[in-house]
Every structure is written in C-alpha cells, then in structure tokens.
Design a protein around this ligand. Structure first.
Ligand code: CTP
Length: 392
C-alpha cells in the first residue's frame, strides 16, 4: 500500500460519530487531505457543518449532489483518493458492504472503489456478537477489507464488552501501520523487552529504568511488516501489540527460560530487554529487618541471554542492543563481536531509557549507519528494514 495523502472518511450512523471530528483533526495534522462523506443516519449524530469546518471541504451526503466535476460523485471520489476509511462503521453498513449493496452515496463509493478500504466497526456488543455480523466481518476480511478493532469497554448504552470504536489516535496509527511494506512475511521473530526485576526479599528488588518502549515498538513494527512475533517481556505498564504472543516474566532467569523454550522455532532473535546483569545471591523469604549497621548484598551474575542464543549451534539471526554512557560505538562494536552478532543497535542510555524518541546507530560487518532522532516506532521500522535487507 502506498503512503496515503488523501483519504475519504465515511461516517455512518452511530454515537461514535462524535469521535470522527477528532479523527479528522488528527489526520489533517498528519498532512492527509480528508474528504468526508456522511450517510443520512450519520447526520443525526453529528452535523455536516462540523465536519466541513474541521476538514476544510464541503461534505458529501447524498448521491444527487451535482457539485463534482462530472456529477458522478461515487466514481470521482473513489478515484482521487488513496483509501477509504469508514469510522464509525455501523452493523448495518458492514452488512451492506458484505453484500455489495449500493443504495446511498457512501456504499456506492465503496462498491465503485479501486483503492484500499478500512472499516472501524462501532456498535452495541450484542450486535457485534450476532452471528450475522460475525459472518459479515469474515466476508469483508475475505474480500480484502481491513477491519480495525473494535475495542472492548464501556458502551454508550451502558453495557460493557466488544464493540467500541477504536480511539482516533489508534485509527491514525492503524492507517500508518497498514502502509508498511510486508518485508518480514513468513519470518518468526522473538523479542525480549523491558527490565527484569531481581528479588532481594518479598518486598524489595533490584531493577533498572527500562520502560520497554523500544522492544514493544519493534514488536509492533515487526507485526506491521508481516512477521509472527513472540514478545518475552519483563514488567512494564505498556499494552502489548494485539497480534504478538506475549509471555510475561519477572526475573532474568525467568526470561532466559522463556526464551530458550521458544528459540528453536525462531528465524530472528532481537534482544532489547535491559536484563539485570546480577541478582542477589540469596533471596530472603522473609522481609529483611533494618538495624543501624551497613548491609552488604552479595550479587551473582545472571546468564547473558543474547550470548547464550547466539552461540547455539542453529542460532537464529541475532540482533543485540547496546545502551552505553560513553564510548558508544567502540563499546557497542566490542559487544557485537563478543556476542557473535551480525547486527547491533547502539544508543546512549541517557538518550534512550524511558524516552518516547531516541537515536540509534546500527553496526554490522560492513560499517555503521546513523538513524535520525525519531519516535521509537519510526526507529523500529528502520531497524527492521535494515534487517530485511541483510536477510535478502
Ligand atoms: N543481554 C542479555 N542478557 C543479559 C544481559 C544483556 O540478553 N544478561 C542483552 C541485551 O538485551 C542487549 C545486549 O545483551 O541486547 C547488551 O546488553 P547491555 O546491558 O548493553 O550489555 P551487557 O552485555 O550487559 O554489558 P555491560 O552491562 O557491561 O555494558
């Protein structure tokens, strides 16, 4: 799919239509031109005037509006656009799409399209769960239509369950995701992410400041690019990407066990986790009581998970990370060679840990490549493109 510069946003009748106003604002911020088309029912929930003011363009609401060049809005609108997003997509509209019904402007544009179609369902949970809706969704999926969501949560009707429309931010990132080249289709990737926690006693532990954002971004980017992803994650507050198989662990030893259990089935291993290098030699089962003496904690080294994997006889393609406070490239290259890695990604700890944006330098057998300062999801996509090139 090409980068979308112009989108037809179809709004159908549902209370989630109010979120489409924010969606238009976000799309325009992404420099995407938005042409809004509303069904009659949608106009009961939000006015065309609101959508016109936000999109900066007249809104189309019916077949018989003569304001397009050839008077054939359904053909013209679907030809000039890079994609059509229906948000919210009501149960009724999904049923129409599944059956090729074209009885208003929006459904006719969809039938006449020669561009990608994405739909964001929004409805009551019983309507979503109804076998007819589920049958329609399967049909749409088979027809190559992308289904975005729905989310689960509290609904306008007061019930709780699946059927909420994705939030506008989620829709914008879903559009961005759908545009990524599928360079890793068929590849199985295992990713470690986040910190580990090494218990001292039942209430205390040694850990580090890793947020897991880089590892989770790489998992997300790998899924976008068609890979099958297993994410072994230390404790974080992040929500794992929907299609990743996520294994939650606490300590470095748990992480090692989880990785070794899954590694035989992997093509690529990316060690992003900030694994604790040491753990307390003894974990007290009782809370250690304080007194006025110094307390000495004896630490035992943890196994290096990445080095254990890269030295396996049938090792997958291994990628490491190096977070350093000084001599970045020199230390990172030493790590790459010591751990027998075809590729390592280096960054300054102060620039990376806990941040949403960072910079990365990639080091492989042929040299170093400086990636720009960018959001971690952007860096993740660039890193995986480099990996895909190396595997070619
Ligand atoms: N790593 C690992 N298991 C460990 C320690 C590190 O898998 N027990 C991985 C990290 O996920 C990262 C790479 O090894 O991909 C480098 O980690 P880093 O902490 O930068 O380096 P260390 O090897 O631990 O060396 P040092 O702490 O001395 O810099």
């Amino acid at each position: 799919m090409q980068k979308i510069n112009h989108l037809v946003l179809g709004i159908t009748g549902g209370i989630a239509a109010y979120k489409s106003a924010e969606l238009v604002r976000l799309l325009i911020k992404q420099e995407i031109e938005v042409q809004v088309v509303m069904t009659e029912a949608a106009c009961q929930f939000i006015t065309p005037m609101t959508m016109q003011a936000l999109s900066g363009k007249p809104v189309f609401t019916d077949m018989w509006n003569g304001s397009t060049n050839h008077g054939m809005a359904h053909i013209e609108l679907s030809r000039v656009t890079g994609g059509i997003l229906i948000a919210p997509a009501s149960a009724d509209f999904l049923a129409k799409l599944a059956h090729g019904i074209a009885d208003d402007l929006l459904s006719t544009i969809c039938l006449a399209r020669d561009c990608p179609l994405l739909v964001a369902p929004a409805m009551n949970k019983q309507m979503w769960e109804n076998p007819a809706t589920q049958r329609n969704i399967r049909q749409l999926h088979q027809d190559g239509i992308q289904i975005l969501g729905p989310n689960s949560g509290e609904q306008a009707c007061g019930e709780v369950g699946l059927g909420r429309m994705l939030e506008p931010e989620q829709l914008v990132s879903a559009i961005e995701s759908s545009q990524q080249p599928k360079l890793l289709t068929g590849k199985r990737i295992l990713i470690t992410a986040g910190p580990t926690i090494e218990a001292i006693d039942p209430v205390r532990a040694i850990t580090n400041f890793s947020s897991g954002k880089m590892g989770y971004s790489i998992a997300q980017a790998a899924i976008e690019m068609g890979a099958t992803v297993t994410l072994v994650s230390g404790p974080t507050t992040l929500i794992a990407p929907l299609n990743a198989k996520t294994i939650k662990v606490i300590s470095a030893q748990d992480m090692l066990t989880a990785v070794l259990d899954k590694i035989a089935q992997q093509d690529i291993f990316i060690a992003v986790a900030a694994v604790a290098d040491y753990r307390p030699s003894i974990t007290s089962t009782r809370k250690i009581k304080k007194n006025d003496q110094n307390l000495t904690l004896e630490l035992t080294p943890n196994t290096d998970i990445l080095a254990s994997v890269s030295h396996l006889p049938n090792a997958p393609f291994c990628i490491g990370f190096a977070a350093e406070s000084e001599n970045l490239l020199e230390y990172a290259e030493q790590k790459r060679l010591r751990k027998k890695l075809p590729l390592i990604a280096a960054n300054l700890a102060s620039d990376a840990i806990g941040k949403d944006e960072s910079s990365l330098t990639l080091l492989d057998d042929y040299g170093s490549y400086q990636l720009p300062h960018a959001p971690k999801i952007v860096l993740a996509r660039m890193l995986l493109q480099h990996v895909a090139n190396m595997l070619k």
